[in-house]
Ligand binder design. Structure first.
Ligand code: SAM
Length: 328
């Protein structure tokens, strides 16, 4: 019986990951991936475990029935375990997208993408937290997805996350800025990696390459995403606030003007970030295509603290009003 679903399931992930971490002499996150895999396959896949450990794990696994939990409950409890593991081995470039931001993007995708069945792409899928949050917030729609990620461990966690939540996601473990052999998507969601992309030879293939020195990987990710979304498709990015003030911004402006219509820019509350320089916004684009027209005006908002529910509701009403006025 589930009493406090997220905590209950977290306890199972946490207990079994800790047992395996000790016995397999690996990191907590690696052990979490192993235990997630076991739970999904309903069997213990690691042959090197002692009899006693197998017994302890079995007892834990038998106390849980995944089908008693909603996708969001599974996602949240897996996310809590990942957060615990990330505290142990701090990886500043691999931070999971916070829940409140994922839910807001989920809401926006549901609003903008009117198709009943569509394909989503996240080219920096990380642990899959953002992508599956967005998928879980689509009302009465069938969503299939593609996730690309360069880090082996993160993509393993993402694929286990997807399996546990029973989401049809195809994963590619590669550099997203190398050629991608994927189906064109109807929409893109991505919390972009920020900073310089070290591979100048590859950058040279992009219109948004820097004229001198390394290019910005977040700029190249925007171009690559536009390349892999269908005409008229929407793109929802988490970008650094300073993106339009950098020395490479004029090129980005020009590229965007040619290829997409800016739908909106929503500044996330500064309180979510360590300092003003680290602050981010949600940037919404639509790829140009036949019959695609620009909105009457772009939606520009400063989001309140996302824990203030009434304030957030007011903003969502503003988004609704803007959508009716500008897009319909
Ligand atoms: N949304 C993700 C989540 O919820 O876990 C977090 C995304 S994190 C901010 C950015 C991700 O981009 C990191 O996981 C990083 O490993 C990945 N990344 C960075 N450069 C990449 C590249 N060239 N190709 C593919 N993935 C890359």
């Amino acid at each position: 019986m589930k009493i406090v679903p997220v905590e209950d399931l977290f306890t199972i992930f946490n207990e079994t990951a800790t047992i395996m971490q000790e016995e397999l002499q690996c990191t907590y996150l690696e052990a979490l991936a192993e235990t997630g895999e076991n739970l999904f396959h309903e069997s213990i896949l690691q042959e090197e475990l002692s009899e006693l450990t197998v017994k302890r794990l079995k007892k834990s696994y038998e106390s849980v029935n995944l089908s008693d939990y909603t996708k969001e409950e599974i996602r949240k409890s897996f996310q809590l375990s990942i957060l615990k593991g990330m505290k142990e081995n701090v990886q500043p470039n691999h931070q999971m997208t916070p829940d409140a931001v994922g839910m807001l993007i989920g809401y926006l995708v549901d609003k903008f993408v009117q198709k009943k069945s569509f394909r989503l792409l996240d080219p920096a899928v990380g642990t899959g937290n953002l992508l599956t949050t967005v998928m879980n917030h689509q009302k009465d729609k069938t969503v299939e997805a593609t996730g690309v990620e360069i880090d082996d461990l993160l993509i393993k966690l993402a694929y286990i996350n997807a399996n546990l939540q029973e989401h049809p996601i195809q994963f590619f473990n590669q550099d997203s800025l190398e050629p991608l052999f994927i189906e064109a998507a109807d929409a893109v969601v991505s919390d972009l990696p920020i900073g310089y992309y070290p591979n100048d030879v590859r950058s040279a293939e992009y219109k948004l390459k820097a004229d001198e020195g390394h290019s910005y990987s977040h700029h190249l990710f925007i171009e690559q995403s536009i390349n892999h979304v269908k005409p008229g498709g929407y793109l929802f990015f988490i970008i650094p606030n300073g993106m339009f003030e950098s020395e490479q911004a004029p090129k980005l402006h020009e590229y965007l003007k040619e290829n997409a219509y800016i739908q909106g820019l929503m500044q996330l509350p500064l309180t979510m970030f360590k300092n003003e320089k680290a602050a981010k916004s949600i940037f919404v684009l639509q790829k140009k295509g036949e019959g695609v027209t620009p909105p009457k005006q772009a939606l520009l908002v400063n989001l309140p603290s996302l824990s203030k529910t009434t304030e957030v509701e007011k903003i969502l009403k503003k988004v609704d009003a803007w959508y009716k006025e500008s897009k319909q």
